[in-house]
Design a binder for this molecule. Sequence first.
Ligand code: PMV
Length: 322
Amino acid sequence: MKATAIAPANIAFLKYWGRTNTEFRLPANASFSMNLSEAKTTTTVSFEKDYSTDDISMEGSVLSQKEKERVVIHLDRIRQIAKDTRRAKVVTRNSFPKSCGIASSASGFAALTMAAQAALGMTLSERELSILARLGSGSAARSIPDGFVVWEYGDTSDESFAHSVFSPSHWDLRDIVVLSETKKTVSSTSGQDAVDTSPLYKTRLSRVKSRLSRMLEAVSLRDIAVFGSLLEEDCLEMHSVMQTQTPPLYYWTEETKHVMKEVLRMRKEGVPAYFTIDAGSAVHVICEGAMVESVLDRLGEVRCIINAPAEGARLSTNHLFL
Ligand code: PMV
């Protein structure tokens, strides 16, 4: 049987950086994100008896051996649950450029998880899908539910899943991703292996729990000023941890710093916009829908993708191959 799923990427408003268990990708803290309407992965999976090997491809791009192996490992997890040994054909398509500062592993593993389990005749619950997607890529857990999503800390694998806290229509927020030409050289998976070497890691962890509850309160009240200052605080703390790891991880470029300064400048001029940055050089400028034109005016000539809050992963009948 063949199945197709579409899943959004997400932007972390309160970041996940550090794990208590590497194999199960258990996060050291709960995190919070918004699904992105214009950054989606579509994946079609079919399992057939006569396939001798897994055949994995991405439209418009060449996947590395390492990327393909990560997909095969994830297919093995799903085959094991379904008690099925058939090999798969996987075709995937992104609506946004690879390694541009939008995490394609989140949308990629969320879409792969949902499509593969359906192609094997399973109907896993949202919680089960989120847990399974997490094993492929941590942030993929957050691309399964709708809208604004919390991924819970958990002592065991069964306890660490993501769920929706507000629907996409709750708040007309925008994530204007200023696209970057710089490809990241260290993946977030390997970057996190050295998180313990930062003297600031434990300090950040001691602060994120209270920050998350204040941030959720601000989002529930749609209070952009309180939300935005917590957003920037968490981004800067996570990047301080990254930059003080051994070896240090600098995802920022001159362009990144330039856009961050522009955001501070526009705020001084009365435009309520805030920045956040994941494991990459692209700046995500966060503002309310009514402010998009003012932000774009001030950003000038940049390439960007403007995202609204979006629903989570869904099955689709538009397959990528016959
Ligand atoms: O799930 P990963 O391995 O892609 O790690 C994501 C890490 C950050 O993007 C930096 C933060 C986050 O919570 O998404």
